[in-house]
Design a protein around this ligand. Structure first.
Ligand code: ATP
Length: 308
């Protein structure tokens, strides 16, 4: 008798912004020591995995042309890693639908890797624990573990050691997307250059954690901060204009997301966010804008009977 072919599994996974990103010294392995607060927002990629003669990958959606389709694609790397871990052949076809801007500092590639891990462990019925998945995620990249959890969480080490942070209140954001991307290693390199010779004081994380717990967006606006922002702005000076325009349009605060060039603007509520987005879109200071909210859950299998 022939075994039934399992149905494809689709996973929805969110983008992240960093509410706080403190960059410490360079470690012996070449990575910087980080203390960050990740926040998952409602821009999503969808990753489908199916049995196939693989591994193979197709990419659709925004920025698809800039996404590699060889084994440097993080979703494919996740497939290969999990196949090795489970001692199976990686005969899998992957389809990515990109809604997260590519090379935008929103960890889209990492999100796809997390989604591929979740999707494939469901397709193969591996029943991995969250800790096992997190360990595999950390091997793939610093931001992959967070994409498994979603929500709001503190990341330490390279960002891969995750502790969830309780955030009872939804926050409303305008996300301003730019043409082109910034390379994360180059932005860290620029930060090292800007800092050379000076001992930067680490940015304390406590104020942002208190503001998240309190839930008042005005308080949160005062404590947002990203050590990579000066480096991203130095490499893409037009971001200064975008950041100013968002605040002039009524956002409570704006910051570069991760290594940029995407900018995130915190707004008092959803209506305000829609107003800020409309105004920013008309000013020509970015390629396009999105309204989003957070925190949202991490990589989750989409129930075919109940699509999002
Ligand atoms: P990082 O996670 O390094 O901060 P980022 O969030 O700025 O990066 P990503 O969208 O993850 O941006 O893409 C960074 C680069 O990774 C892209 O330029 C692309 O070449 C490569 N890449 C590999 N896999 C993927 C993927 N599945 N989706 C998007 N980009 C990918």
């Amino acid at each position: 008798m022939l075994a039934a072919v399992p149905s494809p599994v689709t996973v929805r996974v969110p983008a992240k912004i960093n509410l706080h990103l403190a960059v410490g010294p360079v470690r012996p392995d070449g990575y910087h020591e980080l203390v960050t607060v990740f926040h998952a927002v409602s821009l999503y990629d969808e990753v489908s995995v199916a049995e196939g003669e693989g591994p193979s990958i197709e990419v659709h959606g925004e920025g698809a042309a800039e996404v590699p389709t060889d084994e440097t694609n993080l979703a494919l790397r996740a497939v290969l890693l999990l196949a090795e871990h489970a001692d199976r052949d990686p005969d899998v076809s992957v389809v990515l639908r990109k809604g997260i801007p590519v090379a935008g500092g929103m960890a889209g590639g990492s999100a796809d890797a997390a989604a591929a891990l979740v999707g494939l462990s469901s397709l193969w019925k591996l029943e991995l624990t969250r800790d096992e998945l997190s360990e595999l995620a950390a091997e793939l990249g610093s931001d992959v573990a967070f994409a498994l959890y979603g929500g709001t969480a503190m990341g330490t080490g390279r960002g891969e050691r995750i502790v969830p942070v309780l955030a009872r209140h939804a926050q409303h954001w305008v996300i301003a997307l730019h043409r082109g991307g910034l390379s994360t290693p180059e932005v860290f390199g620029e930060l090292d250059r800007l800092r050379s010779g000076s001992d930067a004081e680490p940015r304390p994380v406590e104020p942002v954690l208190e503001a998240i717990a309190g839930g008042d967006p005005r308080q949160l606006a005062l404590s947002l901060g990203n050590d990579l922002q000066p480096a991203a702005v130095s490499m893409a000076p037009e971001l200064r204009r975008t950041l100013r325009a968002g605040v002039d349009a009524g956002a409570l605060a704006g910051l570069v997301s991760g290594s940029g060039p995407t900018c995130a603007f915190l707004c008092a509520d959803r209506d305000r966010a829609v107003d800020v987005a409309t105004e920013l879109a008309g000013l020509g200071v970015c390629r396009t804008v999105r309204v989003a909210h957070g925190p949202v859950p991490g990589a989750r299998v989409v129930d075919p009977a109940d699509p999002p």
